[in-house]
Unconditional design. Structure first.
Length: 134
């Protein structure tokens, strides 16, 4: 897609610090990292969001994400590598890999709340109905 910044990175129209590339995916350092080593993994084929992406491509992106976790963890002395799929900042399916330390001072990704009494069961029922399970 012509206006997609990630497609422009794939086409080498915009520079990026590429750490991995093969025939189907590209992984590069985020220019606004949460932590040093914050990496984005994208499929080379343009798909707006994960839900729009064929399953074989989604699977490939996640397999490559898993393979990159160990080198990221080792090279940056991280305790673990967090994985996130948000999908709202750039309209091209991508996965974030963020090297983390257990005491790095970063908050969890989302504010966590409790369900009001009985609400969890109602939400679970709604989801199961859409999946086709009662």
């Amino acid at each position: 897609m012509e206006s997609c910044i990630f497609c422009k990175i794939i086409a080498r129209q915009i520079p990026a610090e590429i750490i991995y590339e093969d025939e189907t995916v590209l992984a590069f350092l985020d220019i606004h990292p949460t932590k040093p080593g914050h990496t984005l993994i994208i499929p080379k084929a343009h798909h707006k969001m994960m839900i729009d992406t064929p399953e074989n491509i989604v699977a490939d992106v996640f397999v490559k994400a898993k393979r990159l976790m160990t080198p990221l963890k080792q090279s940056l002395s991280a305790d673990y590598v967090a994985l996130s799929v948000v999908g709202v900042d750039v309209p091209h399916f991508h996965v974030h890999l963020i090297p983390r330390g257990t005491l790095d001072g970063l908050a969890d990704f989302w504010l966590r709340k409790k369900y009001p009494e009985g609400e969890m069961q109602k939400v679970g029922k709604k989801i199961r109905e859409k999946i086709g399970k009662k």
